[in-house]
Design a protein around this ligand. Sequence first.
Ligand code: HEM
Length: 453
Amino acid sequence: MPHPAWRLPLIGDVLRLDPQRPVQREVQFVRELGDVLEISIIGRKVVVVGGGDAAAEVFDESRFAKAVVPPVSNLRELAGDGLFTAFNSEPAWAQAHNVLMPAFSQASMRSYHDAMVECVDQLCDYWTDRAERGTVDVSSDMNRLTLEVIGRTGFGHSFDSFASDRNPFVESMTRALSFVSQTANDLPVIREILGWKALRQNPKDIALMKRTVDDVITARRSGQSPRQDDLLQRMLENPDPDTGELLSDQSIRNQVLTFLIAGHETTAGLLSFALHYLSLNPDMIERARAEIDEVIGAEGAPVRFEQIAKLRYVRRIIDETLRLWPSGPAFFRKTREATTLAGYPIGKSETILVVLLALHRDPKLWGDNAEDFDPDRFLPAAVRARPAHAYKPFGVGARACIGRQFALHEAVLTLAQILTRFDIAPVPGYELSVAELLTVRPENLRLQIRPRP
Ligand code: HEM
């Protein structure tokens, strides 16, 4: 199998990796070496899949399954056997999946809508207050929004995201995620020497996050915070239909932390990229506004739940953004048995990294203009004409994203409200550069905003 040049004994390809932007480097490997290649990280072999038919193979659940390996497995220190980090064989996964699936049904989404609208209104008011400064920090403000949304709808908890500039929980979470993603491929000795400060800070960050979540759970259990129809209440009250058992306190804490991690940076990154592309394409803003005016009407009318699904063009903007910059730019699979992949023999339980960032731009699947932002790629006829494996921003199989509908509803609603209330324009000279922290997000993205009359 092809591999990057200059492989060294013992450490393998480590020096060729980019700890700051690992997935963007892997895209370069795919471009240089083809759809299937192998990297070796200190004795650990990973098969990388970045396009074509190999992706279709690897999405076949009968031959491949989710793999929980570094850096994802490093998150277990924080989220234990929560939904995202559980091993396939752990009973906690099936139990939590059964309890939580109904919380992500259409009917449940309806019950989160009003809280989402309130959070987006807070964001818009926050921006209105800052409009005279001319620009806003988009990635940071989208993080405020999405954390507030998942905190409110998931656990009835406000992080007061728009009230203060310093939120200890957010600071700890950002540091903990960056620790996980940046130390994933370090040699332990290098980590000891270069990362001693982070090594000491990390347990403190994890402890603060766990304490915050335990406080939220305790307040709800003891009746100090009101009962609500949210994810937390479901976990406290609804037994697993298969086993008849309630989730343990430990599992509930793991799930809450999981949703805060998985449901926050992801949607924030998506919204930030979408606003970046819109700011460069005023014609798309006009098309979106025409649709919003038709479906929702003049500003002032509250947005209703069922209107969101009718914003087909806004949704295509979201879909296309997730094509170019899937928030989770890569995910791991493993072989169930020894098999072949694209004709190469691979053993049982070998790790495979699916690089969505490459797959979603594969010219064989998306044409020669694959790098261009064009929401009409998601017109129904165009979608039907493409193979299903061309686009998997929410993963595949049993372990695919449980929050997909939640994220899409939140994202369409937010874009619609922002476009209704603000004119947006790029800051002259801004060149997109993309930071990776398990998820991707635009670096230092600011936009000029002006409230619309
Ligand atoms: C744009 C937004 C989002 C994207 C692109 C996204 C993407 C993904 C992907 C690719 C996976 C599969 C990872 C793997 O196979 O290892 C996943 C899993 C997961 N996501 Fe999301 N996600 C998003 C938003 C959300 C939200 C809003 C929530 C919660 C409210 C959420 C909760 C989860 C959970 C719990 C899992 C693990 C599911 C399981 O293994 O059973 N995600 N997500």
